[in-house]
Design a protein around this ligand. Structure first.
Ligand SMILES: Nc1ncnc2c1ncn2[C@@H]1O[C@H](COP(=O)(O)OP(=O)(O)OP(=O)(O)O)[C@@H](O)[C@H]1O
Ligand SMILES: [Mg+2]
Length: 292
């Protein structure tokens, strides 16, 4: 794994953003070079049965960077996200073609264990989905299954602290996770994911069920976690993509002669560029709210 360069200071907001008022006034985070990328994706297509839902995606995912995937509904964001930890394997009629290399190794190679892949590349879903167990057991579950031999109490505390949840739950660790608020449940799910020490965290619209305050807490947490983890986040929230990510991938769906829709990656670049000076009109139309 390549050494991690230190974080660069945030870039100033662009002076002339497209789309007027809908473009968020934020300081964009400066992306690091993609050398030593965690994932290299080439010619990726995903089929559901005969339908090619996503066609010919090419991109690299930077180490300890936040990559946002944006685009209108049905353009294949979740489908692509699921390729990164082989979750599409669990959909019987799904087929993945093309290359996804994880640290230069074929993620879909025959010798690769998908269970180990999902431990190293964790996933957080749209709807918080804690286990119907205590807060403590939600965190302890993965490490126990993985044969963790250290002090579980310490691990639970460290993990919850890491996920900015410890102070809120330290007096009720044995109560049901389902009694937490939605935002707390989502932070618990993030904590549960990091408890098994993954390298990458995939997030599919992690804030779409949350109010703005809970959303802000998750965004703060993501920023903190990016010091240690590589994060790929699907979001419909343009401001969120602009605020938290270093790079942004914009997808949309083309309709072919037969009327079939195929998701495509239209543009992938540093977030500052995508939101201030995109090179494709479709990106500009989308981020400025003219379509999607
Ligand atoms: N399990 C599945 N079986 C069959 N087709 C699927 C399946 N999941 C997704 N698709 C199809 O693949 C295409 C892309 O869907 P996907 O869910 O990846 O889009 P998305 O960009 O995540 O959309 P949204 O923003 O609404 O979540 C759509 O045409 C969808 O109908
Ligand atoms: Mg989706």
């Amino acid at each position: 794994m390549s050494p991690t360069p230190s974080l660069e200071p945030d870039m100033p907001p662009p002076s002339d953003p497209p789309g007027g008022t809908r473009t968020p006034q934020v300081s964009y985070r400066q992306a690091r070079p993609l050398a030593g990328a965690v994932f290299e994706v080439g010619g990726l297509s995903v089929f559901y049965g005969d339908h090619e839902a996503v066609r010919d995606v090419n991109l690299s995912i930077g180490h300890r960077q936040i990559t946002a995937m944006i685009g209108p509904s049905g353009c294949g964001k979740s489908t692509v996200l699921r390729c990164f930890n082989r979750m599409n394997d669990l959909i019987p009629h799904a087929r993945v073609a093309g290359k996804i290399h994880y640290h230069s190794e074929d993620l879909y190679g025959r010798e690769v264990d998908p269970i180990e892949v999902r431990r190293r590349i964790g996933m957080v879903f749209q709807k918080p989905n804690p286990f119907p167990k205590s807060i403590y057991d939600n965190i302890a579950y993965g490490p126990r299954v993985g044969g963790f031999k250290g002090n579980l109490d310490d691990l639970v505390e460290e993990t919850l602290t890491h996920a900015a949840l410890w102070d809120e739950v330290k007096d009720k660790l044995k109560t049901s996770a389902l009694a937490l608020s939605g935002g707390q449940q989502q932070r618990l799910c993030i904590a549960r994911t990091i408890a098994v020490q993954p390298e990458v965290i995939l997030m599919d619209e992690p804030c779409s069920a949350l109010d703005p305050i809970a959303t802000a807490k998750i965004e703060d947490l993501m920023e903190k976690l990016a010091e240690e983890f590589t994060i790929i986040v699907v979001t419909h929230n343009m401001q969120q993509a602009a605020r938290v990510s270093h790079r942004t991938a914009f997808f949309t769906a083309d309709v072919d002669d037969k009327g079939e829709r195929h998701g495509r990656l239209i543009e992938y670049d540093e977030t500052s560029r995508i939101f201030s000076n995109p090179s494709d009109n479709r990106t500009e139309d989308y981020i400025s709210g003219r379509f999607g």
